[in-house]
Ligand binder design. Sequence first.
Ligand SMILES: NC(=O)c1ccc[n+]([C@@H]2O[C@H](COP(=O)([O-])OP(=O)(O)OC[C@H]3O[C@@H](n4cnc5c(N)ncnc54)[C@H](OP(=O)(O)O)[C@@H]3O)[C@@H](O)[C@H]2O)c1
Length: 246
Amino acid sequence: MTSPPSRRILITGANGVLGDATARHFLERDPECQVHLGVRERRDRAEALVAAFPGRAHLCPLEITRPEGWADAMALIESRGGPVNVLVNNAGYHEDALLANMSAQQWQGVLDANLNAVFHGCQAVLKPMMSQRWGRIINVASLSALHSPAGQANYAAAKAGVLGLTQSLSKETARLGITVNAICPGHIEGALPAGWSEEQVKAVRRETPMRRFARPEEIAAVVFFLASPEASYMTGSALKLDGGLV
Ligand SMILES: NC(=O)c1ccc[n+]([C@@H]2O[C@H](COP(=O)([O-])OP(=O)(O)OC[C@H]3O[C@@H](n4cnc5c(N)ncnc54)[C@H](OP(=O)(O)O)[C@@H]3O)[C@@H](O)[C@H]2O)c1
């Protein structure tokens, strides 16, 4: 099978800036798709999407670091019409510190949410995708995986781990119609690190060849393509989306 009858998409961290833009992109462009919005604490943006796309956008409570949370989410989505065939592992966060001062908790928390959770997510969706012989997994890594700044040893290690996981898994599933790709965004407008001064923002913008940050929709468009039937020969990739920075 080259494409499924309809796409059932799960986006983790769907209340965040990029998760929200990605969900909207799918909902606006594919009238057949069902989008399950992984939410944890904040829900305002996700609830607005559910209201704007009734019957097609659904809330899905999901704490990504808990394997049982994934099992519950899979059961809920299955009860709504069938298993997930597109997974966007988008949820994540960073907690920066120089390594000399980084607590074990800062290290572990960032590894759990940005890397271990991707393992749990891929494992949760793989068997149904294998039976359908079709699936798309898109892992949201970061430019920090390729060009790691000081103060992000935890986040850079986690996101680099996601690239390794992506490449390895892509080889395991290549003959089964399941593609696994990662994206490495640079800075995203509206989601810049909290606490950056106006000078820092200007300096990073200046050093970016395009002289601007990504609009969330520009990243969402790439996720949308990777999730499409047309992206069928692309797997194990890590796409950098950074305005030419690296
Ligand atoms: N912003 C950037 O410039 C940038 C650049 C490169 C890569 N990225 C990556 O892009 C992805 C999305 O980032 P964003 O900028 O859209 O961030 P954001 O606006 O802060 O959204 C992150 C989302 O992840 C959720 N989340 C975090 N930990 C979770 C957990 N343990 N379980 C469930 N949900 C969890 C948050 O849920 P709550 O609402 O419950 O907190 C939130 O909805 C992340 O993986 C990030 O690392 C971002």
